[in-house]
Design a protein around this ligand. Structure first.
Ligand SMILES: [Cu+2]
Length: 633
């Protein structure tokens, strides 16, 4: 990627990040000892950007100072000026920095009472103990002073350096770490449960035998790939979009258009929560916001060619601000490639022998992976030839785990996944914010339900049903859940652009089966993750409204999220529309999820409805690959 290209939405370069930090430290010497969690482009006003691509680059840096106070600074890197610097309220603090996470591990490891609790369990070799710090889920230990930042540390035991420590949870032991005071304030000990013994390695060397290698599938594109990339601008089959990595949201898409018709301006993960539903003392309090508390972008992986990504791949690197103010490059952070996707359309004319028209579908994949603690999440955006856009989240990694004990664990809340281990019931709920720009204008939101018609003279046999659409005109009307029995969908409409049949152009939001939040609305997770109460919310665009659970969520009790954002009940009847889509998985762990979980999927589709006048792939030429072989040839 060239360093000097200047589109306002280009990915931040390494030199821009180091320049920004230098400017910040030059204007405020106190930041020599600050630790950082976030840098991102302050994206320019989208109206300004429409007619002007030569704009100054402004970034936002977030972190915590030496006294654990959060700060947020805006820096003009084009002019090397510090524009603003504000303290972040300690009621709702910024994302944990890696310095705090490592600090919590170190403080726990060095705590005498923690070491004594380990000794009670027969554990003396600290080098084999793995400590995982967790946010408190909105529950604050009584010994943590109001306004201080904190983490809880739980522990696991390895039998060697390369071992999977999650096989041996150290049950009943939680260290409460006050990050502001830099000390362990309590060792919570619920009693000794035998540490499980069986190993659960998932690497090659950890398996007794490996099955025979399946036959190779080689994906080659001898004529080259069908897409082109310039900086972070991707073009493919009429689609144009930009991709970037935001420290909190992870992979974000910008200015998505098809045949020069805008669809949405920006889409990214606004928040995410993993509430646990078990009564086990190791888990009941967990409800981590993996985005705003840890950061999908900060935890993004470098992808490996041929392993993570198969075929003809184009990679984009991302640069992040490390906790110490240096720049880290995540090589191969975003993977771009094409995939064959089976049949796009087909008809076999039964009246004419041999008249068989078939066209193949393909999709462009823009993806990334982030590892947050024991879980790994793939963010996969797919663009299809027929105008469909799909977001798929891939969930994998290692499930939360406890040493099984019949007095602690309850069927229905804790699932035995091996003879020694139980894994608690929990949810993974994602919220994606989409800033629509459908057909370049103001948009409306409709809900469609399909309902049976009453039996009467017009419907004497009760065979009839109909689609009933209603215009959602206020924020309060647009807080809705899926209803599979009514085939419920929502439609984003441009009322000022009509298609050939005279209806406004539109895209519909189509979910699969997806849960909403199960925590009580008055519980800390219920308040902090209120965004997950509804599958859809809608708001009129406001630049600062980016996070469904509030801009900063560390130690907060529910301020600033979608409930507060929509409390004014603003008019959305025709506006610069933003939808907030909640979806996810309620996870009942199974033996097959151990020792590492096969990928589980969730997400949604955005499908054109009258955006085109007919099947937009009708003009696809037939392509019957001569390289395919069968048992007959
Ligand atoms: Cu899970």
């Amino acid at each position: 990627m060239s360093e000097n290209s200047n589109h306002p939405l280009n990915i931040l370069s390494a030199s821009e990040i180091s320049d920004a930090v230098s400017v910040l430290k030059k204007f405020n010497k106190d930041h020599e000892n600050s630790s950082f969690s976030y840098i991102s482009l302050s994206e320019p006003d989208k109206k300004l950007l429409k007619d002007n691509t030569d704009l100054e680059r402004i970034v936002k840096i977030v972190g915590v100072d030496q006294k654990s106070n959060g700060f947020e600074a805006e820096i003009n890197i084009s002019k090397k000026e510090l524009l603003t610097e504000e303290k972040i309220s300690n009621k709702a603090g910024p994302t944990y920095t890696l310095a705090e996470i490592f600090g919590a591990i170190e403080l726990t490891m060095g705590d005498e009472n923690y070491q004594k609790a380990l000794e009670k369990r027969g554990i003396k070799d600290l080098s084999l103990v793995q400590i995982d710090p967790w946010p408190g889920g909105g529950f604050v230990n009584k010994n943590i002073k109001n306004g201080n930042r904190a983490l809880r540390a739980i522990s696991f035991l390895k039998d060697s350096v390369k071992d999977n420590a999650y096989a041996r949870p150290i049950q009943g032991l939680i260290a409460h770490v006050d990050l502001t005071e830099k000390k362990v304030v309590e060792i919570e000990d619920h009693g000794v449960v035998k540490v499980p013994e069986a190993p659960a390695r998932y690497d090659k060397e950890g398996q007794e035998t490996l099955r025979e290698n399946p036959k190779e599938i080689a994906i080659t594109q001898p004529e080259g790939v069908g897409f082109s990339v310039q900086d972070n601008l991707i073009s493919w089959e009429g689609w144009k979009l930009r991709a970037s990595i935001d420290p909190i949201e992870g992979l974000a898409l910008h200015q998505v258009s098809l045949n020069d018709r805008p669809i949405f301006y920006r889409a990214g993960l606004s928040d995410m929560v993993v509430p646990y539903g078990s009564s086990d003392p190791m888990h009941w309090w967990k409800a981590v916001h993996d985005g705003t508390e840890y950061g999908f972008g900060t935890m993004t992986n470098s992808l490996t060619l041929g392993c993570d990504c198969l075929g003809e791949i184009y990679y984009l690197d991302a640069h992040k601000l490390a906790f110490d103010g240096s720049v880290e490059t995540i090589e191969n952070a975003i993977c771009i490639h094409e995939e064959d996707y089976g049949v796009q359309w087909k008809h076999n004319d039964a009246t004419q022998m041999g008249y068989n028209e078939v066209r193949r579908s393909r999709r462009l994949v823009v993806s990334s992976f982030a590892t947050i603690g024991n879980y790994d999440y793939g963010i996969f955006w797919y663009l299809y030839l027929d105008g469909t856009i799909q977001l798929e989240i891939k969930l994998t990694g290692v499930v939360g785990i406890s040493a099984y004990h019949e007095d602690i664990h309850k069927s229905g809340q804790d699932f035995k996944i091996s003879s020694e281990l139980a894994s608690p019931i929990h949810q993974h709920l994602f919220n994606v914010r989409i800033d629509w720009d459908l057909d370049d204008g103001e948009n409306q939101l409709f809900e469609t339900n399909v309902e049976p018609l009453p039996i009467n003279n017009a419907n004497p046999e009760g065979t009839q049903f109909q689609a009933v659409s209603s215009h959602l005109k206020k924020e309060s009307e647009a807080q809705r859940n899926i209803a599979p029995e009514k085939s419920r969908t929502w439609k984003v409409v441009n009322p000022n652009k009509l298609n050939k049949v005279g209806s406004p152009t539109a895209y519909k939001i189509l979910y699969g089966n997806t849960p909403t939040l199960l925590s009580d609305p008055n519980s800390p997770p219920g308040k902090r993750a209120a965004f997950a109460k509804y599958n859809i919310w809608a708001t009129p665009f406001q630049n600062e409204e980016r996070c469904g659970g509030g801009r900063h969520t560390v130690m907060h009790s529910g301020e600033g999220g979608l409930e507060e954002i929509t409390a004014q009940d603003r008019n959305i009847s025709e506006c610069d529309l933003v939808t907030w889509l909640t979806f996810g998985v309620t996870h009942l762990p199974r033996p097959e999820d151990w020792p590492v979980m096969p990928v589980e999927y969730c997400g949604f589709h955005l499908i054109p409805v009258g955006f085109f006048d007919q099947n937009p792939t009708i003009n696809l030429p037939p392509s019957c690959s001569s390289k395919s072989k069968s048992n007959k040839q």
